[in-house]
Design a protein around this ligand. Structure first.
Ligand code: F6R
Ligand code: MG
Ligand code: MG
Length: 381
């Protein structure tokens, strides 16, 4: 059976501040989507939360970009927003950038990751969901999962993986994409996706047969809205086992924390900390960035799960290392490289502050001249 797995997420109000979601809001979203399952519009659904974001996980047979499915998510978020507004939660409805749904949530604020595939005899998938970061946070782990044999032994050992994987990379500024096949074009891939402010991995396909292996949400709210309206806290779907990376190979990159952008005010770099569902409530300096992993077995489209994949003491060390990185970076305060570089700050609130100083800058060379020299220089100019 061909099924579609759609994950659509939004921040529709934080409790308290930007740290977490409120159960009443989450339940409202959940109940709305479950009614759509009862009506037969969806096969199954589940709700995940990470920090102040809510993700709706849906299985159905309507394919990707289905108006019906996107509308269900949109309406569910609108219902949740009503509750968030009643409770005066922080930033209620912040990711719903318009009042009117127009066929597809893309470009309207919520993040979307969805894929259609023929359900295998056993179909394990993992949905990753992060808060206080951006879609490019997946660049490094996707490279390790699908192109680094030091992480993924299956690239060497499994015949279906041995031909490698193709990465579809999106330039978030131009909207153009390029497909690069690994291992042959590995260095070209890395030349792009190391630039995390510009390039984002959108999809990964298996070279053996072209099957979809992974897909990520790639919206950049600031580029849609033209100003800072919160971070893009991304989702990622990865298929696992039998010709795809094993569950352990998919989780392994997260055992060695790396630094991502998006902490405090979307303006700081910080370590991505893998946590259990319970611990996905970033509070220290509004962070540090969190990621959860929700594992499902899909059975005739039913979501069997979620299994809380980072609720494993084997990730305690990663959490500890992330804390240490956090301490080191916090020592930098407002200074780079903890704070993002100037060009990345363009879509934050910093330019508003800098505007005030614009007219106060003077030419130091001119300032050193005597009054007569200044007049002379003006005449010459
Ligand atoms: C939100 C985030 C937070 C806020 C910060 C300031 O995703 O990362 O760190 O940016 O709490 O929020 P405002 O400007 O709304 O007071
Ligand atoms: Mg928020
Ligand atoms: Mg968030």
């Amino acid at each position: 059976m061909k099924i579609t797995l759609s994950v659509i997420k939004a921040d529709i109000g934080g409790y308290v501040g930007h740290s977490s979601t409120h159960p009443e809001v989450v339940n409202t979203v959940k109940e709305y989507v479950e009614k759509e399952v009862e009506k037969g519009n969806l096969i199954d659904s589940d709700i995940l939360t990470c920090g102040d974001d809510i993700a709706i996980v849906m299985t159905h047979t309507h394919g990707v970009d289905s108006e019906l499915v996107h509308k269900i998510a949109w309406e569910a978020f609108e219902r949740g927003t009503e509750v968030a507004k009643k409770l005066k939660l922080y930033g209620a409805g912040q990711d719903l950038l318009t009042d009117t749904f127009s066929g597809n949530v893309k470009g309207l604020g919520p993040g979307v990751a969805e894929m259609e595939f023929e359900e295998r005899p056993s179909e394990p998938v993992i949905v990753f969901f992060a808060d206080k970061t951006s879609p490019s946070a997946w660049n490094l782990p996707l490279y390790e999962m699908f192109a680094d044999p030091m992480n993924t032994a299956g690239l060497v050992i499994d015949p279906k993986m041995h031909e490698g994987f193709t990465f579809e990379v999106l330039d978030v500024y131009t909207g153009k994409a390029v497909k690069l096949s690994t291992p042959s074009e590995l260095y070209d891939l890395l030349a792009l996706i190391g630039s995390v402010g510009k390039y984002v991995v959108k999809n990964v396909y298996r070279n053996y047969d072209g099957e979809i292996a992974a897909t990520a949400s790639t919206q950049r709210l600031s580029l849609i809205a033209g100003q800072y309206v919160g971070k893009d806290d991304p989702v990622l779907i990865v298929r696992s086992q039998s010709g795809f990376p094993a569950v352990g190979e998919i989780l392994e990159p997260f055992a060695r924390p790396w630094i991502v952008e998006g902490w405090m005010r979307g303006s700081h770099n910080g370590p991505l900390m893998p946590v259990s569902f319970e611990d996905a409530r970033p509070s220290r300096f509004d962070g540090p960035p969190r990621v959860i992993g929700a594992g499902y077995q899909i059975a005739e489209g039913k979501l069997i799960g979620p299994n809380d994949m980072f609720k494993d003491p084997a990730f305690d060390k990663a959490r500890q290392v992330a804390q240490e990185i956090a301490d080191t970076l916090r020592r930098q305060g407002i200074f780079e490289p903890h704070r993002l570089p100037a060009e990345e700050m363009e879509y934050t609130t910093l330019p508003k502050v800098l505007k005030k100083l614009e007219n106060r800058f003077y030419d130091t060379e001119v300032e050193r001249l005597s009054d007569e020299q200044k007049i002379e220089k003006e005449d010459m100019d």
